[in-house]
Design a protein around this ligand. Sequence first.
Ligand code: 4AD
Ligand code: MG
Length: 430
Amino acid sequence: MKTTIAEVAKHVGEEVTIGAWLANKRSSGKIAFLQLRDGTGFMQGIVVKADIGEDKFQEAKALTQESSLYVTGKIVEDTRSPLGFEMQVTDFELIHEAVDYPITPKEHGTEFLMDHRHLWLRSSRQHAVMKVRNEIIRATYEFFNDKGYVKVDPPILTGSSAEGTTELFHTKYFDEDAYLSQSGQLYMEAAAMAFGKVFSFGPTFRAEKSKTRRHLIEFWMIEPEMAFMNHEESLEVQEQYVSHVVQSVLENCKIELDTLGRDTDQLAKIQAPFPRISYDDAIQLLKDKGFDDIEWGEDFGAPHETAIAEAYDKPVFITNYPAEIKAFYMKPDPERPEVVLCADLIAPEGYGEIIGGSQRIDDLELMKQRYEEHDLTGDAYKWYLQLREYGSVPHSGFGLGLERTVAWISGVEHVRETIPFPRLLNRLYP
Ligand code: 4AD
Ligand code: MG
């Protein structure tokens, strides 16, 4: 009977066949240990010369790394492995022999591994990160579907900028100019006025010349947008959403978190509500921590975010930033118009900002004023203004960066390992 490694628990004591690749191998004169992987997981296969016969044993000993095979054998419990099961191999059939697989069990440099990303994805650690990513995606759809949000897909090719004009990828759209989307938000606001509560999940592009462990050129963002919701209500959605995602990974990715060596005690603490600190208080906190040069009105860099996050063991919302350093669409605090009703959610353990969100300006006149201040002209912005002309309502939304969230929950240092084929400042291959 054909099965997969993920399903072996259902076949203890039975003989099954699995299509697999040979990840690694150890052998002595009488016994060979095959590390098998089939995409669904990793499992050890034991080949005993006395059981399988001399010829087949020699064939097993000659198997090369990443060769593909059908392996047949009996599934038995094995309490020492993370999987909990192994196979006593009774037969195998080589499908394709891999010669000189470039990624060997020895250490390789990052650039070498990135050049072989199409193969590196097969390794147990990369496999675990991608499984965590997949679980975050699954839990995201579950969370928003259960709460009655409608998934709406904003366009990727756009005629305008959502977040800032300097970071746009330009392309020709027949004889017009077009840009790759930096954020679907402006379109999601239109969608919220049509469907109430919506979310998008798609690729976004930032032509930023940033080369840090937190920056990708192409990354995936989840962007919920809610009509009739104020800033504080949006923060509650955010903390519930992030808690749900973390708890889902803890529940459904035990083997993967073990493979990654993730400290799960840190993750178990991630339960709503999350602490909030105002931008004003964050400035004071930084001064107290010895950041003497930071002044009110300046944006925070990675070291500042890390220092603020260190004060908490959960993600922390930094709220009410100065209007000057935030996007044109954010609603000013009615009591204090120099700050806006916004928050960045900073992950613990130095992983930085994972969410940016705000309440949006719903007043037509104020939005027109912002257009002038930010020099936003042309047809591309006309439709966005009309959302404030016809039944404008208070509304809020946010964007969660998938890869930074995967990096934090998996405990991997750099976002380049959190997306199958990363697009980085100096990398478009493979
Ligand atoms: O803070 P950002 O720029 O916010 C927006 O784009 C809003 N329009 C979202 C909204 O309100 N609908 O980006 C949101 C998140 C960041 O918090 C970060 O997690 C991620 O997207 N992000 C990046 N991730 C990887 N590489 C980059 N270059 C990123 N830039 C932003
Ligand atoms: Mg941001």
